[in-house]
Design a protein around this ligand. Structure first.
Ligand code: 5GP
Ligand code: MN
Length: 337
């Protein structure tokens, strides 16, 4: 059931033991929101704990209280009177589901979240879940310490591509400005998030070499197979290297994480990739979405490229001539231009 922000605040006030979680494959917003809520709830005297069913990428492990995050063990239980699910619908939290049967409070900014389970506060206009948590602080009369501000700023900055994407609204910048007043140093956060090992910079080059154009260049894709994936620390940011290609309406990155588990990220300049992702069992935002295809890499690639083409032709984003041009054009064809 959909609820308002004051009602969400009241539910948090009424609970004593709160289990906080976010989506698997956690990003800056998921981690910023959970770690900010951890601190806010503890400052309210609550017993709060964060569980995330995944590894925490190295760049985010510098966030305040990141060392407090637990990964659920098999058969583990947590006594909670509220399960707070942030930055995702309740179906992407992995084994955290098995930790408790507590009622769910879900706070999210994904347009594809329909609130099928528990109470949902969703604001699809918010650039990040962290922007919602910033507003929630007002509702809760919670003081924003520097550490809380760092978490919230990191989430807002990473979900807006450091204030580049179309989700950056006046309210987003106002929230970010307030967080800087609470002590955040934007350059420090940027440096932490941009940091890459030499190995990963070299992987970027290998990943770029896989780039291919489809449908007359309207779609551009990058392909990380299991071997390349096993050498990378993070695939974060790889898609940003190709979404800048001038002809591209849609950019995708497909990563074979293990046999028959292929992660897909999509970005667009307007095409509703959230819809394409939803059709493939995932979700996200209009211009940034993803899904997982449980298929062999080659089959997953074909399903994805076909689904993007079908959606774009059905919705007027490409002409039949573009659609026919399925033959791939490798960037190596342009090497000597
Ligand atoms: P990314 O490409 O950065 O992993 O994800 C882009 C956006 O789509 C994020 O907001 C993310 O939460 C959402 N997203 C990515 N994968 C999935 C998925 O499998 N299911 C749903 N519902 N959303 C996803
Ligand atoms: Mn988010």
């Amino acid at each position: 059931m959909k609820i308002t922000l004051p009602v969400a605040a009241a539910k948090l006030r009424a609970a004593d033991n709160i289990l906080i979680t976010a989506h698997v494959n956690p990003d800056g917003d998921a981690l910023g929101a959970t770690l900010a809520m951890l601190q806010i709830l503890r400052s309210m005297g609550k017993n709060a704990q964060v569980y995330i069913d995944d590894k925490i990428p190295k760049n985010f492990s510098v966030m305040p209280f990141a060392e407090d995050i637990r990964q659920p063990r098999e058969d583990e239980k947590f006594t909670a009177d509220l399960l707070l699910v942030l930055d995702t619908s309740t179906d992407r939290i992995g084994a955290v589901k098995n930790l408790t049967d507590a009622p769910i409070l879900n706070i999210d900014h994904h347009i594809t979240n329909k609130g099928e389970e528990g109470d949902l506060y969703v604001d699809a206009d918010a650039a990040a879940t962290c922007e919602i948590i910033f507003n929630l602080c007002n509702e809760l009369n919670a003081e924003i310490s520097k550490n809380i501000a760092v978490c919230l700023y990191t989430g807002i900055a990473t979900d807006t591509g450091f204030f580049n994407y179309s989700n950056t609204k006046p309210a987003t910048l106002r929230a970010a400005a307030a967080l800087v007043e609470f002590g955040v140093e934007p350059n420090v956060i940027s440096e932490q998030m941009e940091k890459r090992t030499l190995q990963d910079v070299k992987i970027m080059s290998a990943a770029l070499q896989t780039t291919k154009l489809f449908y007359g260049g309207k779609v551009v894709g990058m392909f990380i197979d299991e071997k390349l994936y096993s050498q990378t620390e993070t695939t974060e940011g790889l898609i940003d290297l190709i979404r800048v290609i001038d002809t591209a309406e849609v950019a995708f990155l497909i990563t074979e994480k293990e046999k028959k588990v292929c992660r897909v990220s999509m970005r667009s300049k307007g095409v509703e990739v959230s819809e394409i992702a939803r059709l493939l069992g995932g979700g996200g935002h209009v211009r940034a979405a993803g899904c997982t295809l449980y298929k062999d890499f080659d089959e997953a690639k074909n399903i994805l490229i076909r689904a993007i083409g079908d959606y774009m032709i059905e919705n007027g984003w490409m002409t039949p001539a573009d659609f026919e041009e399925r033959a791939e054009v490798s960037i190596s064809d342009f090497d000597n231009e």
